[in-house]
Design a protein. Structure first.
Length: 81
């Protein structure tokens, strides 16, 4: 796992995870995927794939920032490398 962020709003926690999922068969570059797990779910839904680690970090942070913005500043955020 490349990065995991837990966002808690009103006692409900969403989990955003970005991880390397393999190698692109055409380019040979590593592939990364960001997933989002809603509260009380075991299965995360894929949200976006990226071909570089830098872009994967940017996309992960974009999803977290947009989600937290909907909470109007009332969210607890815990991130793990």
């Amino acid at each position: 796992m490349l990065r995991r962020t837990e966002v808690t709003i009103e006692a409900q926690t969403w989990v955003f995870t970005t991880a390397q999922i393999g190698v692109d068969p055409v380019t040979g570059e590593e592939e990364y995927e960001t997933t989002i797990a809603a509260p009380c779910t075991e299965v995360a839904k894929p949200a976006r794939r990226c071909l570089t680690q830098q872009r994967a970090h940017q996309v992960h942070q974009m999803f977290v920032d947009e989600f937290v913005a909907t909470a109007h500043g009332y969210a607890d955020i815990n991130s793990y490398p």
